[in-house]
Design a protein around this ligand. Sequence first.
Ligand code: KG4
Ligand code: ZN
Length: 336
Amino acid sequence: MLVLGIESSCDETGVALVQADGPGVPRLLAHALHSQIEMHQAYGGVVPELASRDHIRRVLPLAQEVLAQAQRGLPEVDVVAYTRGPGLAGALLVGAGVACALGAALGRPVLGVHHLEGHLLSPFLSADPPEFPFVALLVSGGHTQLMQVDGVGRYTMLGETIDDAAGEAFDKSAKLMGLGYPGGPALSRLAQQGDPAAFRLPRPLLHSGDLDFSFAGLKTAVLTQVRKLGDALEARKADLAASTEAAIVEVLVRKSLAALDRSGSQRIVVAGGVGANRRLREQLDAACARRGVRVHYPELALCTDNGAMIALAAAMRLQAGAQEATTSYAFDVKPR
Ligand code: KG4
Ligand code: ZN
């Protein structure tokens, strides 16, 4: 079974081809990605209308690139998968529309995939794939969730953010410090030159006794520091970046450990853009090593949005019988 996957939920157009034969983990044959970061940079954030138009420009050439890389022809594709949501409505419609048009033209079924399920399953494409069951820490620009994962489609929410997502906390803090867009990677790069203990920033809900997160207060604390520093900000920026990163990472690590305690699991999967953060990886690895817990990440290139995770999630859902592909091409998207 050859699955073509299309991701277009936000500011990256991703296309990939995976092969699923038998019960094993599907194999990634090829993937291609176009990031719109440069285009949105001038506006300090993603402009939805521009995102949609760029997805339209990119998606078919990327599909051709992927097929050429894999040395496969379009008629060989058995299922066309796309991100159904969450994401920007116009952006999602591009991927869904193209996927369904391809499906209809080829006479092949289509499958809409949940973007977060793509992130969640993406570590299965790594050299060291996890095994079910595990705890998952999903940390992206729009979501921060801890989940108990017992199999494909068998997900129990353990906790989530009650306001901003971890990626949002990175991005908004970076913006306050004038670090541009996308702020997360910029802030974490700068943080490497700073002292994580330089500023005392809040660790919201650290001792709440549940597995929920809150990052809105942290952003406010960063704003207060930025105002207080005034002209001195430039000289202290690396320290403030390091302190902000340390606050976010400490909460993520402590809550992940609490989730492992609650679940009894000896395995954790970290997925979503913030999973690329170096400090998070170092601290979580160290804490988990002390407890004999295995940590699984996606390949660095598959941490942020990509088509491979969508093709993979579709293939795994089909393998598990969790969902059937459809030849009804009356697609819809679920932005929320
Ligand atoms: O998963 P993703 O690509 O898109 C969403 O589904 O949201 O995640 C993007 C988020 C952004 O907030 C970005 O700033 C953050 O991941 N991010 C990082 C790093 N790389 C990406 N945050 C902290 N450190 C990083 N190295
Ligand atoms: Zn994402």
